[in-house]
Design a binder for this molecule. Structure first.
Ligand code: FES
Length: 327
């Protein structure tokens, strides 16, 4: 059976079936639910059932007091819906509400996307997942070798963290990922940090401008926006200035094929020189003469981000609707 859940005070809704906990279903729907351990230990997912029936599906060590039970409090990670529900639950509305976490994650896969970019897929323990917002970054480390990376996956799948690691000379962490890291190894994850996140509650169309590995946080934003199903449309422009720069172009084309409201534009240039960036801007403004309607996200090298940020403001994007990240 599938049931509808309405959250107060946000009025967000999501569907849940008996195989999923209320927490899992809410996260999969892209909601920034409050939680910690996902396994009945911390009590952070405690919420009040205002109406409807829930069913306990997992063991919990955290004790909900009798008084709380009488008021309808349950743990969202250990209960599912047994009817349509109205629940009073806390959701994060900003990055400040998400604490720094440190997790030892297991390498699930390392896979070459091009000879210069590796997909690093980490899986956190079932009882210690990374709570983050799409677009944020973490520090990854193996022993003394550490480096910061944008998370290239969606918080709606919080156990599975993906990263696009570029083999940059002089980066010992990247060298280890390319040369010695194997499935089953342990990598330390510390974070999340960063404010490159979706505007809460916005239903405006999204304009996403990525350059080279700036695609990583943009991919996270796109996947989160898709799970939320709020944005009217998504328009991705991905500029590559290095060989193999469009290292996940197949994904982008697949999104474009599968979704009526996703539009992918692949751009190439031989450098980040001003005339090349002017051409990118000219293409975007020709396609979208009214840029003020969009929430705009820009990620990539500093010269790309600085140029685009300034030019987009000059071309009518309100400052409150423009977010940038140097990657
Ligand atoms: S998330 Fe920790 S008890 Fe539910």
């Amino acid at each position: 059976m599938t049931y509808n859940v309405l959250l107060h005070p946000s009025h967000h809704t999501f569907l849940v079936n008996g195989a999923d906990s209320l927490l899992e279903a809410g996260l999969r729907a892209g909601l920034a639910m409050n939680y910690g351990c996902s396994s009945g230990n911390c009590g952070l997912c405690k919420a009040r059932v205002v109406s409807g029936q829930v069913e306990k599906i997992r063991h919990q060590d955290y004790v909900v007091s009798e008084a709380e039970k009488n008021q309808g409090y349950v743990l969202l990670c250990s209960h599912t819906a047994a009817s349509d529900l109205v629940i009073e639950a806390t959701e994060a509305t900003g990055v400040n509400e998400i604490q720094l976490q440190e997790i030892d994650a297991r390498v699930k896969e390392v896979k070459l996307l091009t000879d210069k970019v590796m997909l690093l897929h980490l899986q956190t323990p079932r009882t210690n997942r990374l709570r983050f917002m799409a677009g944020q970054s973490v520090a990854l480390s193996i022993g003394d070798d550490a480096s910061d990376y944008a998370i290239a996956s969606c918080p709606c799948d919080d156990r599975n963290l993906q990263f696009n690691v570029r083999n940059i000379p002089g980066n010992p962490f990247a060298a280890r990922v390319f040369n010695s890291v194997r499935s089953g190894d342990t990598i330390n994850v510390y974070g999340p940090v960063g404010e490159f996140v979706l505007k809460p509650e916005s239903t405006r169309p999204l304009l996403l401008l990525a350059c080279n590995s700036g695609f990583a946080p943009i991919k996270s934003l796109i996947e989160h926006a898709m799970s939320l199903e709020r944005a009217e449309s998504l328009h991705l422009y991905w500029l590559a200035t290095v060989q193999g720069g469009h290292y996940l172009s197949n994904w982008c084309r697949a999104w474009g094929d599968a979704l009526d409201n996703f539009y992918y534009h692949e751009l190439n240039a031989d450098s980040l020189q001003e005339p090349n960036l002017d051409r990118v801007l000219a293409r975007v403004t020709a396609d979208h003469p009214n840029l003020s309607q969009f929430d705009v996200y820009v990620a990539g090298p500093s010269s790309f981000v600085n140029k685009m940020h300034t030019a987009l403001l000059q071309n009518g994007v309100p400052a409150a609707q423009l977010v940038s990240a140097v990657i």
